[in-house]
Design a binder for this molecule. Sequence first.
Ligand code: PNS
Length: 160
Amino acid sequence: MNRIAVVPGSFDPVTLGHLDVIERAAGLWDEVHVVVVHNPDKSALLPIAQRVSLLERSIEEAGIVGTIVVASWSMGLLVDYCTDVGAHVLVKGIRSQVDVAYETPMAIVNRHLADVETVFLLPNPANAHVSSSLVRQVSALGGDVSPYVPPAVFELLSSR
Ligand code: PNS
């Protein structure tokens, strides 16, 4: 049986924290789908297609081993994507109690909706403070985001 996990997120942009979670998920499941989802609660920096291509490039350049599919989903519930591809697990990185509070209701609802379980992975402590929103803010104000993002993202943000 091919066990598939879905790692969803806004990935606006992908950070080293995301890559850490993706790499660890790739070590735990046969196949990992990294799915870019529009989050209506956040104003976007990058178009979805660009987030997908930055993820593809960054995963390759980081040398992450495993079967990894990068996709986007805008057709409704995230669990519908999971059902479509035969995945029963969502993987989320948890940095703090704030993340636990944010993720817990979604995890319960996703289990009710489609019997999809959510697995929380704790981050490498080196990335525990890294978030896309922090990267967007520091970058917009002219700060150095190179410690937080993969080279492809740093290149793009530096050129803007
Ligand atoms: O990186 P983010 O912004 O924290 O990711 C949040 C995301 C996109 C994973 C979350 O908003 C989500 O799961 N959206 C899917 C929409 C959905 O299915 N909602 C209903 C059940 S929670």
